[in-house]
Design a protein around this ligand. Sequence first.
Ligand SMILES: Cc1ncc(COP(=O)(O)O)c(C=O)c1O
Length: 492
Amino acid sequence: MLDSHLLAALAAPDLTGLPRQELLYKRLKAAILDGRLPGGLRLPASRQLAADLKMARNGVIHAYQQLLAEGFLTADRGGTRVTQLPGLARQPAMPSEAVTRGARPELSQRASDLAARAVTGNAWLPFSPGVPDLASFPWAAWSRALQRAWSGVTVRQLAYAEPGGEPALRQAVAHYLAARRGVVCTPAQVFLVAGSQMALDACARLLADPGDVVWLENPGYPAARNTMLAAGLTAVPVTVDECGMAPSPSLWETRPPRLIYLTPSHQYPMGSVLSLSRRLDFLQKSASTASWLIEDDYDCEFQHLRHSRRPLPAMQGLHPAAAVVYVGTFSKLLYPGLRIAYMVVPPWAVGSIGEGIAALYRGGLAIEQQALATLLENGTLTRHERRMAPIYRGRQQVLREALTEAFGTSATITGGDAGLHLTLHLVNGPPDVAVAKHAAALGVVVRPLSEYAVQVPGQQRLNGLVLGYGMVDAGQIPALVQRLAAAVSRAA
Ligand SMILES: Cc1ncc(COP(=O)(O)O)c(C=O)c1O
């Protein structure tokens, strides 16, 4: 009944170590799909096939039953037959060659654009930007808080979360932001999200429509740009100077924005602080043009201002009813892999943004959020912050000195009033992309500054390196900077 070739194929020894009944099932299925067993063909009785294949009858019955259940075989009084698939009676159900050689759909244009901007790998090596000192994190307190959260877990916490997230953490974040950043909000305005990236995605999708204009700092945070472009928004790069984003007055008329993305406390990556007069100007002009401000306060916890200057509080607090979405993250205070961040939305937008978030995403991580609330409330995170700030400041100082010694006047440094990175400008130096490649070969991760910028005709091309010092021990910094200097020489 089965031709001899097929029988030989079914009986062939297995190299994968699968049980024989599993193997028979797979081989029969493959033969049906590629047409070697055509629709309507009657298969041998299980006893017969078992004898031909020298295997237990039970194994054949098991394989037949599985194929019957999946619809590849049918059984009636006349025996077991290959199912006659409608319209495919005389041809293979799934000619494998046609599938292999057939036209493959392309990924979207958006996916290829994004692929060119992907930043991957080595996010834990020196001087990878944006990573805190993971070894110094208060693991014991964190694991105790997690254990406590688990021991009190409720059924609600195991289901999909409410759009805003765990109430205890929303409350703790509202208190923390009021005390530390001058943010004026109620817990209901706080939405917990899976990283700032999700907050930016929600802003792009809920506050603007495809084609709307978003102003982005240039240079700026590449992930913000990617998110905005992926949502179909039209990105307008706006120059950054030593006082932050600096739009020309005419830009408000020629390219009125729907969204403006800002990193006011420590511009990423240049490090400038958005001046008070610019903050007020943005608030006023965005109110008159009905545009949204996204305030990304990504590294606000660690302020390193010298000469007893005090950090500027968040823009949100200047006009708590303005159309500002304040975004912050626990990636720097705890660890980036945690994926817990928050967005604070205006009081009048709580309902509609909450509905949008509920329609777009599924929240979770209630246990981690509960544990985090405990650490905020019992002061552990504030103590951690106080302990780490001088350590980071010290690392920054050592990095500054080592860079100045290695590069002298051939390079300048910007940033450092907050956060965990410095930006080194190699104005007349070799191309930063080449330097980064050589540095990677020497075990040093640096991000080329040019990759943060959109080249605008008539403007000087940025060339430099963004250096994260968060997880690099101060003692190692001078030797690592020597390697960096070697990479610059090799690239020259
Ligand atoms: C400007 C900016 N925003 C936000 C983040 C943090 O993002 P997330 O919360 O997704 O870890 C970073 C990380 O380096 C950043 O540089």
